[in-house]
Design a protein around this ligand. Structure first.
Ligand code: PEP
Ligand code: MG
Length: 750
């Protein structure tokens, strides 16, 4: 039955509401009254107000009658996003008889709006400046008339100045308080980029090196104890660290087990331990002394000009917590780890990621950093959800605030409503589980039967088992720098030998490609002397580092050659950009073989030598390089960054990092042709190889081998099995003709 609306009375009562607001000074209360009144007079099921957040340029749901109240403060829409975003973008009302049929419609998950088809939104404007939008929705299709739209516009224009003034007043109070409040930090939503898939729900732990206070320990209410309690706490902490080391070795491999070395060293340090002991023996309270001494060191380390010391602040803080928890004998289980915590950090090193996984963190949030940075790659490899958020306010979330991290959509919900958490229930229940094994182990082929080889990119030994379980046929890229990155010092030749031998042994005869050190850029070794470069991605990285540091390179090559004795051994050089670099690297291999033979050490005297194609120079020289190499692998992560001059670690240009850019695809084609002409094997080992949208183009251009993260193998295999190669070739040929990114994107959708 048609409902009768009362639009004239409505316009009047809004005028009354303005008066109420002037007395109440509460924007939220006022808006609640507005939506209630509008919904009643219009006999609409739903009325909502979104306010425009000038800083983030997005609409935020501020009041609603009819939608899920938990959505208030959490639902945001960018300009142009959904019907509300379009109304702000085009500064006009939008009326839809059946909203879900509109190309602009975007259903807001968790808002329960799916039942409401009729939709009317008007912008609230002050001059041309957006203040927000006013929306009504109803379950009856085609419910709102042109007259309703006019009435709603009249209301919106009355609201505009009141709401704009209230917003101004609010920001004035914020300035007076010294620091803008962060409403989202209490309850709300932060949007970001999904980097590593998965979801996690738990307390937040914030690491903010710029905010020293956040790094300090605090005296817990139950702190206390004397000399005996202190000694027990020391002993317990030491035993726990040893156990953690062992568990880490078992789950992630022996090369990462050293990551808790620093904490053990700090614990045994006579100065730190001695100072605490002396003060406690002199009668001071153990809890207070631990806090005071650790805070002193934390402050000194944090203020140091040495990167290596600054990095140890987290270790000190972790250790301090562990000691404090172990002071209480009742708490035998104290682990002082990050179990289930979502760690929010202004800068995560690859070693931090590994440590946090070992300490059972549930998820990670990084402020800044690129989707293809190495911390990101490692998070994906280790299966821990990671979202990159640009808004630094996220660092102001209080410790232990409950958050929900959505690594699928790329968002962080602070203090989410139970209804929201419940909508994630099945994902949360399966969080942390290994991905499914492939449909057809070992035999990947396109729909028409063309065989495609799927290999795995391995960073840590612990990932190899998953690679085989997922159906990978070999290791197309072993990133040998990871053991260097997560330690406190250079691994010796013998240690490296042990690592490379383990990788080869774990492969049980499958192909293994060992890449030589690729450090520099975002893979900095804190234990190397000062190494500050203005443009590290264009600096002393990768093969350039190895060729400038010959003893380190020689040591690594020796370890690889010794590990490959009696096996077929493939060594790959990263970021080669000239024939001369290839010759120099080959020369180093020859010298290493010679030296090993002179010393009577068994080694592989005939390794296959390949290179990564990662620079525009290498693409241009591909034909010449192919004639002098045994194999190629295209490193698209770097190739895209260098072809497009877009830093892969810079979140401000993430939208320009476009792997379907015509230049990227043409370059790959050029390399495929060069490898084909020289008759050498070729693979792609960048993240692009796991991009299901681009797979048909890659195969259509002639690629037959992909090396991807173990977790992606099964999904990529399934995607390949759907591809018809003839169709893929036609699509690739059309795409290679395109000069425009937009046109390429259109062709990819066909
Ligand atoms: C690449 O650049 O695509 C690559 C695989 O190497 P990395 O990501 O380690 O730089
Ligand atoms: Mg690379």
């Amino acid at each position: 039955m048609a409902k009768s609306k009362d639009t004239v009375a409505l316009v009047c009562s809004i005028a009354e509401l303005s008066a109420i607001f002037e007395e109440s000074h509460s924007l939220d209360e006022f808006l609640c009254a507005v939506v209630r009144t509008v919904a009643t007079h219009m006999r609409a099921d739903v009325c909502s107000v979104y306010l425009f957040d000038d800083r983030h340029e997005e609409l935020v749901l501020r009041a609603t009658q009819g939608l899920n109240p938990a959505s208030v403060g959490t639902v945001t829409l960018k300009v142009g996003e959904g019907l509300c975003g379009m109304a702000i973008k085009e500064l006009r009302p939008i009326r839809e008889a059946v909203a879900s049929k509109s190309p602009f419609f975007k259903q807001v998950p968790g808002s329960f709006e799916e039942q409401y088809e009729a939709f009317l939104v008007v912008p609230i404007l002050r001059g041309l400046k957006p203040v927000g939008v006013l929306v009504v929705q109803d379950h009856q299709t085609d419910y709102f008339t042109r007259d309703d739209a006019r009435a709603l516009q009249a209301i919106a224009s009355q609201l505009a100045s009141t709401v704009a003034n209230a917003k101004l007043l609010l920001s004035l109070h914020e300035i007076q308080k010294g620091e803008a409040p962060c409403a989202n930090c209490v309850q709300g939503l932060f949007r970001g980029h999904a980097v590593s898939s998965g979801v996690a729900h738990g307390p937040a732990s914030v690491w903010d090196p710029g905010h020293r206070g956040g790094q300090r320990l605090e005296i817990p209410a139950d702190a206390g104890g004397g000399v005996v309690a202190f000694r027990d706490a020391l002993r317990r902490s030491e035993l726990q660290l040893v156990a953690l080391q062992r568990q880490t070795e078992a789950s992630l491999g022996h090369e990462v087990a050293m990551i808790f070395d620093a904490q053990q060293l700090l614990l045994r340090d006579e100065k730190i331990e001695g100072e605490m002991r002396r003060r406690i023996e002199a009668g001071e309270d153990a809890g207070a002394v631990i806090v005071a001494v650790f805070n002193d060191y934390i402050q000194t380390f944090a203020a140091s000009s040495m990167e290596m010391l600054r990095e140890k602040v987290h270790d000190l803080k972790d250790l301090g917590h562990r000691m404090l928890q172990n002071l209480s004998p009742a708490d035998e289980d104290a682990r002082a780890d990050y179990s289930g915590h979502i760690v929010i950090s202004a800068g995560l090193l690859p070693s931090d990621v590994v440590k946090l996984v070992a300490q059972r963190a549930g998820g990670l949030v990084m402020v800044g950093g690129g989707v293809n940075s190495h911390a990101s790659i490692l998070a994906r490899a280790l299966g821990i959800p990671l979202v990159i958020i640009e808004d630094e306010d996220v660092l102001r979330i209080e410790e232990e605030t409950v958050v929900l991290l959505d690594g699928i959509e790329g968002r962080l919900l602070v203090n989410p409503d139970q209804a929201f958490v419940d909508s994630y229930r099945s994902l949360l229940d399966h969080a942390g589980e290994d991905p499914a094994a492939p449909a057809a182990p070992g035999l990947t082929a396109t729909r028409d039967g063309t065989r495609i080889t799927l290999q795995a990119n391995i960073n840590l030994m612990g990932e190899v088992a998953l690679a085989w379980q997922q159906g990978a046929e070999g290791i197309g890229l072993y990133r040998s720098e990871f053991p260097f990155l997560i330690r406190n010092d250079f691994p010796s030749e013998e240690e490296q030998l042990r690592i490379y031998r383990s990788i080869i042994d774990l492969a049980e005869g499958r192909e293994v490609v060992l890449r030589t050190l690729d450090i520099g850029a975002d893979k900095i070794l804190s234990y190397m002397p000062a190494w500050n470069e203005a443009n590290p991605a264009l600096g002393l990285r990768s093969i350039r580092f190895s060729l400038k540091n010959r003893p380190i390179f020689a040591q690594q090559l020796r370890a690889m050659l010794r590990a490959g004795e009696g096996q077929s051994l493939k060594i790959m050089f990263p970021l080669i950009s000239s024939l001369e670099e290839l010759h120099a690297a080959r020369g180093c291999v020859e010298s290493a073989i010679q030296a090993l033979c002179d010393e009577g050490l068994a080694c592989n005297r005939n390794p296959q030598l390949g290179i990564m194609i990662e620079s525009p120079a290498a693409v241009e020289l591909a034909a010449a390089l192919a004639r002098e190499c045994d194999f190629f692998s295209i490193g698209t992560n770097d190739l895209v960054q260098y072809l497009l001059a877009v830093d892969r670690t810079n979140e401000h240009v993430v939208d320009l990092y476009i792997d379907h850019h015509p230049v990227v695809l043409r370059s790959i084609k050029k390399v495929i042709d060069a490898a084909g002409a020289a008759g050498i094997p070729l693979s792609v080992c960048g993240e692009m190889a796991a991009n299901e949208r681009l797979l048909p183009v890659l195969l259509g251009m002639g690629l037959r081998c992909l090396s991807i993260e173990p977790r992606s193998v099964a999904a990529v295999q399934t995607a390949i099995m759907q591809i018809d190669l003839a169709q893929a070739e036609t699509q690739a040929a059309a795409i290679l003709q395109s000069d425009e990114i937009g046109r390429t994107a259109e062709l990819l959708e066909q």
